[in-house]
Design a protein around this ligand. Structure first.
Ligand code: SF4
Length: 394
């Protein structure tokens, strides 16, 4: 029943409305038909979130910033993110970066002028490490110049998702700018699966780049895993968990495969053989048991349409290694300004929690043509949103 609804957000809303733990559990069970087992999971996640961000309900006076870099080395079969092959000419990378620098500068200036603090910054995409080390260096240097309070951000994340984009030079840049948290995403530890989904990197490369990042002092690494990838069953999942254990990332996001409408996988469904509902359930159970055993606790959860086994995606972390940005975006408790390609902004009205959205174009060519207009649209929306805020300089 809770498809397209954030179950943890629902629980937070009930909590904020003053309902007791028992009343919330009863309502979730009787009105929304949530099983007792899943209610216990939601309670755990909500408690964990509030211990990591005790001021979660007061964050609406600040903002977080998402920066979308829309390039990847190749496109994965299940992907619907704005991810354009970096070597093809779908709008030049340099022109895109010029537009992004402009958006950062204008937005940062507005935030500084209005005394609005930034809580977290998250570079996603695409793959933010698919640009060159020099381009990354220039981008982060510019961020420090133009954003307010960069030195007191609570968290700065860069998704280095595809191991095939990670180089020594880029790791040095990440370290130089004190990036707190990166993601290196294996998705699976079976080479045949990686080939079948078009990842174009090997298991060996994931391991090698992970170790390299650790050796360079990047001490908070997240890994994404996917349950139910083509031709994978319990045995492959067991192998993935066994290999994950050897690396010991600080956090893990476990997705269950979803057939998104625009992905290559959905368009060519007959080419991809996936496990049945029962086996998916077994894999999920095995994974959550493994997390428990290895001290990873669940700290955010969301559900998607057309997800295998009608299950959920869950973020797990070792103590104090949770991603604050992930909590903020899931619980929709703060405005997130999206800059760059395919970046969506969510404007959260203080007090009412009413949300309005704005989306930058997904295609770099369209972005390159109209980024100024999109920047100013967002600034107007910010003006309207923060007009009544006591933080705004009059
Ligand atoms: S690396 Fe991520 S963003 Fe890039 S194509 Fe694959 S799934 Fe999409």
């Amino acid at each position: 029943m809770l498809t397209g609804i954030r179950p943890t957000k629902l629980m937070h809303q009930m909590k904020r409305a003053g309902l007791s733990k028992e009343e919330i559990a009863e309502e979730l069970h009787t009105v929304y038909a949530v099983s007792r087992e899943k209610i216990a999971l939601l309670e755990r996640i909500v408690e964990r979130q509030l211990s990591v961000i005790p001021d979660l309900y007061q964050l609406d006076q600040g903002v977080s910033i998402y920066i979308g870099i829309p390039f990847c080395p190749t496109k994965c079969a299940y992907c619907t993110f704005p991810a354009y092959a970096i070597n093809e000419k779908d709008g030049s990378v340099e022109r895109f970066l010029d537009g992004l620098h402009y958006e950062m500068e204008e937005t940062g200036k507005w935030l500084k002028d209005h005394n609005i603090p930034v809580t977290t910054v998250y570079y996603g995409g695409g793959t933010p490490t698919s640009i060159t080390a020099d381009q990354m260096d220039a981008l982060y240097a510019h961020m420090i110049d133009v954003f307010p309070n960069v030195n007191s951000l609570r968290e700065l994340t860069v998704e280095a998702g595809r191991p095939d984009t990670i180089t020594l030079d880029k790791l040095k840049v990440l370290k130089k700018y004190k990036i707190d948290r990166i993601s290196i995403n294996p998705q699976s530890f079976t080479d045949e699966t990686l080939q079948a989904i078009g990842r174009h990197h090997s298991v060996e490369e994931t391991v090698e780049k992970f170790k390299l990042a650790k050796a360079y002092g990047l001490g908070n690494i997240n890994m994404d895993l996917i349950i139910g990838l083509p031709n994978e069953g319990v045995a492959e999942m067991e192998n993935t968990l066994k290999e994950t254990k050897k690396l010991g990332p600080e956090s893990l996001t476990v997705h269950t495969l979803s057939f998104k409408r625009a992905s290559d996988m959905t368009k060519n469904k007959e080419k991809y053989k996936v496990a049945g509902r029962e086996e998916i359930g077994q894999m999920m159970k095995m994974t959550s048991g493994w997390m428990e055993e290895h001290n990873y606790a669940p700290y955010y959860l969301y559900r998607q349409k057309n997800i295998l086994g009608n299950l959920e995606n869950v973020g797990y972390a070792l103590p104090a290694r949770e991603s604050l940005y992930n909590i903020i975006i899931m619980e929709e408790c703060q405005t997130i300004i999206g800059l760059g390609c395919g970046a969506s902004s969510k404007f959260v009205e203080s007090g009412t929690g009413v949300i309005t959205r704005h989306a930058n174009p997904k295609n770099p060519r369209a972005y390159n043509e109209r980024y100024k207009e999109y920047t100013h649209d967002k600034i107007k929306r910010l003006e309207a949103l923060f007009q009544a805020s006591p933080l705004v300089k009059q």
